[in-house]
Design a protein around this ligand. Structure first.
Ligand code: GLN
Length: 380
């Protein structure tokens, strides 16, 4: 029997590969992005409470209304935008499902989707599975600044969607209001949709403000924005996120969502709805993570790893070209196996494996872990 792969060039995602290697070699895992400190006890207790009071059957396909309402209140509080909970918010199985469902529901065979690389590794395969064509616009170190005119030049009559990610994984770049205005300009008077991956909206530093697509009315009407409770409440294993989009786009999104996962874990949705009632649970996140970033950088001062700049996400890029001329993947594997610190090669975020001489490290770790990791990294 012959299997005709829909993704012949796709292997296992780099995050799974590097975490497995970290475990195999007993390395400190700064590769895959997840926290290694405990979840809030209050949140855990709320989950237990909702399990015990019997919130254990199917949730509504679109999400538990209490949670949709709390999400809408959060948008009002954070960005002063009005979101209709029932027609504009859909709870998803992590942001990854939100990304996949957005593309599957709105991108047709043969259409083009513009992706800014380095990009999270799920965008390109999701586009390909739909028989659509990823149109790649690469950005480069050190600043990964976006030349919007060059992106505008890639727009054709077949362009259906542009995918953006702010704050950006893996670069830590945070889109400015000017970036969003430029995106608004180049999509004006077109039928181009915007998929905005905003999972790191609360992980933003140095007083910067998150420029959500929802804050720009001309973008909002053409945008589906995806978010992640895994990133926000340190619960990446729970797989709960959500998608916010205007009612007409949400209606299309839900047609696919219902046959993709149907509905999402009920007790966790109720627990998150209760937890969101206290805004301090998310308003303190920039400070919490900025302290980690600064501690990590301070512990690496004088090391031969040269930090770039991270203004958002819980990732930091480092230039290792003073240490080695190995390719990024080779260097990340060497670090994991020989030095005992696992990293992600930034080339994994480029479809063609482009090498900037950079690794990505995750600083969402306890102080003890960051201390032990930086001690090893200082030895490089
Ligand atoms: N978003 C996380 C990262 O970039 C991991 C996601 C995953 O492993 N699927 O590390």
């Amino acid at each position: 029997m012959q299997i005709r792969s829909k993704l012949p060039n796709v292997g296992t995602t780099i995050f799974t590969v590097m975490s497995a290697m970290a475990n195999e070699y007993g390395a400190i895992n700064l590769s895959q992005g997840f926290p290694n400190y405990p979840t809030s006890q209050k949140l855990n207790d709320l989950v237990t409470h909702h399990l015990n009071i019997g919130h254990n059957q199917y949730a509504p396909m679109t999400g538990v209304p209490e949670l949709q309402e709390q999400i809408a209140l959060k948008f009002k509080r954070m960005y002063d935008v009005d979101v209709d909970p029932s027609t504009e918010v859909t709870i998803t199985s992590g942001a990854t499902e939100g990304i996949f469902t957005t593309i599957a529901s709105l991108v047709h065979q043969g259409e083009e989707v513009i992706i800014l690389e380095p990009a999270y590794d799920s965008y390109r395969p999701a586009v390909k599975i739909c028989g659509a064509v990823p149109v790649i616009h690469q950005l480069y170190a050190p600043d990964f600044a976006i030349a919007w005119d060059a992106i505008a030049a890639r727009i054709t009559s077949r362009t259906r969607m542009i995918i953006i990610n702010t704050p950006t994984n893996p670069t830590g770049y945070v889109f400015t209001a000017e970036d969003m205005e430029a995106l608004e300009r180049i999509t004006a008077d077109t039928n181009i949709l915007v998929l905005s991956d905003e999972v790191y909206e609360h992980l933003i530093y140095d007083g910067r403000e998150h420029q959500s697509v929802l804050r720009f009315p001309n973008l909002r009407q053409r945008s589906l924005a995806v978010y992640s409770f895994g990133k926000t409440f340190h619960t990446t294993g729970w797989r709960i996120g959500y998608c916010v989009a205007p009612p007409e786009l949400t209606a299309e999104f839900r047609k696919v969502h219902q046959f993709n996962t149907f509905s999402i874990n009920t007790p966790l949705q109720y627990a998150l709805a209760d937890f969101l009632k206290d805004p301090t649970e998310y308003l303190g996140l920039p400070d919490f993570f900025q302290r980690k970033r600064d501690y990590f950088l301070q512990r690496l001062e004088g090391s031969r790893l040269k930090p770039l700049k991270s203004s958002g996400t819980y990732f930091h890029l480092f230039d290792y070209t003073d240490i080695s001329d190995m390719r990024e993947k080779e260097f990340a594997i060497w670090m994991t196996q020989q030095l005992g610190v696992a990293a992600i090669p930034v080339s994994a975020f480029y479809g063609d494996g482009y090498n900037n001489g950079l690794i990505r490290l995750c600083f969402a770790k306890t102080e003890a872990t960051l201390e032990a990791a930086t001690e090893r990294l200082q030895g490089l």
